[in-house]
Design a protein around this ligand. Sequence first.
Ligand code: HEM
Ligand code: SF4
Ligand code: SF4
Length: 703
Amino acid sequence: MIETEEKTIASPADQRQSPGPVQRAQFEKVFAFFERLLGWFDGFMGRLIPPEYNPLEQTGRAANLTLIVCAASGVLMLLWYAPSVQLAYPAMAAIQGRTLGGWVRTVHRYSSDLIMLLLFLHATRMFIARKFTGSRWLPWTTGVLLLALTWFVGWTGFWLVWDQPAQQVAVASMQFIDVFPIFGEPMGRQFLVDRLVPSLLFFVVFFLHMLLPLGIGGGLVLHLSRLNRARIFPDRWLGIAIVVGIGVASWIIPAPLDEPAAMAVKAPAFTVDAWYLTPLALGLRFRALGLWACFGGIVLLAAFPWLLVRRNRRMTTPRDPDTRVTPWQTVVLQTRCHACTQCVQDCPFGAVSMVPRTDGKKFEARAWVNPALCVGCGVCVGSCDSEAMNLTWFDIHADEQRITDAVSRQGEAAFLALVAADIDGGFAHFQGERWRNLLPGYHVEPIPTASWVRPKFVERLLKGGTQGVLIVRDTRAEAAARDGNQWVRHRLEQTREPHFRPKRAGEGGRWHVADFNAAHPSALLSEAATFREGTLVASAPRPGRLRIFLAGILLALLLAAAAIGPSHFRVANPAPAEPEFTLSFRVLGDMVKSQELDEAEQAKLPVHMRGRSTAKPRRAPAEITLTLDGVSETRVFQPKGISHDGPTIGEWTLPLTPGSHAIHVEIKYGPESAPATWTGEIAAAPRRIQVVTYTPADGFRVE
Ligand code: HEM
Ligand code: SF4
Ligand code: SF4
């Protein structure tokens, strides 16, 4: 395939046999199908709202702005909030409803919900567009980590309200933490009774909630590091609409507040914000398994760039023997580069840089494409007037010649349509038949992306007798070639280098750039027809102001419902309503003496081990007998620690029937200490947990 210096990689014949650039992901056809579906949806929306007003086309940017609204309202919340187990709930209850503090709290809550909605949409769009392949592994994995981090910040936020859902969040977090042997004592034990809930831990959670958003900021820097001209915020009017929309929705529907947390109460139901607390709902049903499933899901998502991508080996090409590229990337012919830096400015992915040249020509530098960053979009090919840039799979020489020949075979007054194949989900999925039907009277040729077209190529076509060159492009804001799609028009309109030179194109020929709307293909049909007739006055009309306004309101309502609705789910507590009795204890069992060996046994050991005990010191297990209404049961609890030399910590829960019960507890520490005993009467009520705690220092306490 790679033959001469000038005619790189694929000859025209090869081109026709091969499906285009090497397929990038597994299940390409499925992805291409969804990409066309998304294209249709974007086109449908585009008929109502132009992309600059549509948050669904600027999901990443809209999420970014919403993050800022969330952070700002969070800082304002400090005016009302008190970070303490005792004071947090009363502080929240004091601003409940339509108060200024309540409004700020609701803005904080709903903006965090909207972030999640936008992030799911953003991730879905990126997934469908296969933006986890090649160099995009970095924005993809950092994106997944950002999603996880954003979720975690929200999770800690729900804890801080210290109402019933917060209680569930705290208990579920402890269940999850207790899976890891990080702490000597199970953390869940501290959440059995209100008295034991650790203030310090509450403060740590508050601190994390304040601090981790800085991590989101840092992650974003990495997330956007591979994009040139990354647009961080949405277009102005969309940005204003998002901020005002959150404010209005927050005034109309104040955020819910449940009953205060009470460890001894099993609330019948509580409000769950599905965006953040779905793992909790899963955890309630499936215990730690639900939380592990969420954790596994995040890891799986982050691994997509390795699981779903087809690997391509890098190779050198005669054009650029110093660089190893994969078959879909761009190579530079350094002898042709005159260091104008246009490609550096135009590449949407920051993949081109200027490096010292080695060919001895008078220019100091030459362009170099970093194979770790190039996504093979083809935008830089159109930037280079001197034909130094070339895609390895779509050759400017061979393919331009092939297209020119094909048009000239059409005879006098031929019309050529160059259709950006990224509209169809990639070159390999170009639907030639459909485009020929859509563009009668045109010779149709797929091209990698609209800005691949060099003005010089258009000049040559028109000079050679082509009557009209129609370039069909994908103008969606989150399209594969990002903002690079716009350069073709700018170059042809002579507002961006390299300029189109009408004098070189001769008289009589004309060009036109058409924006394709997948939901309105007939618009292209008539635009193409009027272009052929020479009666075209402007591109396809934009929707009118009233239509944009009404569609904008409808979309805002739908998004508000989608973001806020899941924030109000009521979930029934799956814990049984029957009363429970729990005994929670922490005891130090008696030390069991180490076993000494007699002389004969010592003699069998190596010299350096003689005289030592063979068994490590350990503690006796705790033997506990619980007598409920005269019926006794005994259980043995082993001490903690690898050598069983730590404290014995445990809980014993018994279901009860409502009413009064006689309870007797006996705790035996070992052979040397007298057992600890307690006898008492407890009143069991539905949805209540009656807890008795025991430590040698505090004795038995009815909580
Ligand atoms: C806090 C969370 C996130 C924010 C604020 C964010 C924001 C952004 C922004 C502003 C862009 C640039 C858009 C442009 O200039 O064209 C972008 C690009 C990108 N985002 Fe995110 N994003 C986040 C999370 C995610 C997630 C969860 C994923 C996927 C799992 C993701 C995948 C990507 C990818 C692949 C790109 C590159 C797009 C391209 O190459 O054309 N992001 N993001
Ligand atoms: S556009 Fe062409 S000539 Fe200019 S720097 Fe890039 S490769 Fe070199
Ligand atoms: S093909 Fe060109 S414009 Fe596109 S990413 Fe690679 S170097 Fe940049």
